[in-house]
Design a protein around this ligand. Structure first.
Ligand code: DAH
Length: 345
């Protein structure tokens, strides 16, 4: 029976083909040629009707055996080829290459500035304190020498929660909270979020401030000047010039605003031939408010203003970060764009 012989010859023929196949693609071509829908085996089966009815079952049985043998040879070779290609890939693996570093987060510029400033003052012996963002009118205004109807309250657009509870408009209530809780000497630094009903290109409804307070016997304006000058030179560089301008705050007397020489143009007022946009060619930028604690504030917290004196200051964190890192747009701080944020390490 020719057909039977032909059938049986398929196995050695496939074996020869498999021996020569060197890739999984060639292997697949062989599989289609022998076992595919129009392959060699299928063609032989297609000729089954040529046989006499007695011969047909024998051929059918033989065909099943051949099919199993073909499949087995094929799978065996496939496993071997796959193992070989895996081994080849492994031999290309170079264990001396530096790994892919996992993505690392970075600190927000606000956080970096707050941490830096806090660490400068921690080095001077100050304690870091924090307090509630939802604050009582009494601590935010009243005890800071701004009674109801005081015109100074107009300086700040307040977000009220109830008539007597508000979102703190500055970190100065921490002065009150600290002095109520501690006896002098007091030296604290208070970083945190503050809120105002302000929203435009240079104002955001929430921003960050740092408050400082130092109270003891015999604290003078000279201590204020020395402390702030040394602090500003640590943060902005040793050759930064610092000047104090008379100003007004209800909770300090006398009060001053402090300017530093512009760190963008180096105080020259222009960058190359261009006028400096940060200091508007003046060579100075305002950096903080400060003053000697007003006796009325001491009285409100039960300190004797005849016995103690002190100084206080407050500054905007975003402002410091903008000057320090040359950031031109306040909105960048709040957009959470990782491309921006990841630049600060
Ligand atoms: N609280 C003031 C503000 O938000 C900043 C300030 C000025 C704080 C003078 C002080 C100070 O402690 O002495 O504008």
């Amino acid at each position: 029976m020719d057909l039977l012989k032909e059938l049986e010859s398929l196995v050695p023929e496939l074996e020869r083909g498999l021996d020569q196949a060197s890739s999984l693609t060639e292997l697949e071509e062989l599989r289609v040629a022998f076992l595919g829908r129009k392959g060699r085996l299928a063609q032989i089966m297609g000729r089954l009707p040529e046989l006499s009815p007695e011969d047909r079952p024998r051929l059918g049985q033989a065909a099943n055996g051949v099919k199993m043998a073909l499949t087995e040879r094929f799978e065996g070779r496939k496993t071997a080829l796959e193992a070989a290609s895996e081994a080849a890939a492994l031999s290309r693996f170079d264990p001396t290459l530096p790994g892919r570093a996992p993505w690392r987060g970075s600190l927000h510029p606000d956080t970096l500035v707050m941490e830096e400033i806090c660490s400068v003052f921690r080095g001077l012996g100050y304690d870091i304190v924090t307090g509630p963002e939802v604050e009582m009118d009494h601590y935010n205004f009243e005890a800071l020498n701004m009674p109801a109807e005081h015109p100074a309250r107009d300086m700040q657009d307040t977000l009220y929660v109830t008539e007597s509870i508000l979102m703190r408009t500055h970190t100065s209530p921490l002065q009150v909270r600290t002095m109520l809780a501690r006896k002098p000497p007091v030296a604290i630094i208070a970083p945190g979020k503050v809120y105002r009903r302000d929203s435009d290109i240079t104002h955001t409804p929430m921003f960050h401030q740092i408050e400082g307070l130092m109270v003891d016997k015999g604290v003078s304006m000279a201590d204020l000047r020395g402390t702030l000058t040394s602090f500003l030179r640590t943060v902005f560089g040793g050759d930064t010039r610092v000047r104090f301008r008379p100003s007004f705050f209800p909770f300090t007397e006398p009060s001053a605003e402090v300017d530093i020489s512009c760190c963008i143009c180096g105080g020259k007022g222009h960058v190359g031939n261009e006028p400096c946009r940060v200091c508007k060619t003046t060579g100075w930028v305002e950096i903080l408010g400060c003053g000697m604690v007003d006796p009325a504030v001491f009285t409100a917290v039960g300190y004797d203003p005849e016995e103690y004196t002190g100084f206080a200051f407050g500054l905007g964190v975003e402002r410091v970060a903008m000057l320090k890192y040359g950031i031109g747009d306040l909105r960048m701080f709040f957009e959470n764009d990782v491309r921006f944020l990841s630049q600060f390490r």
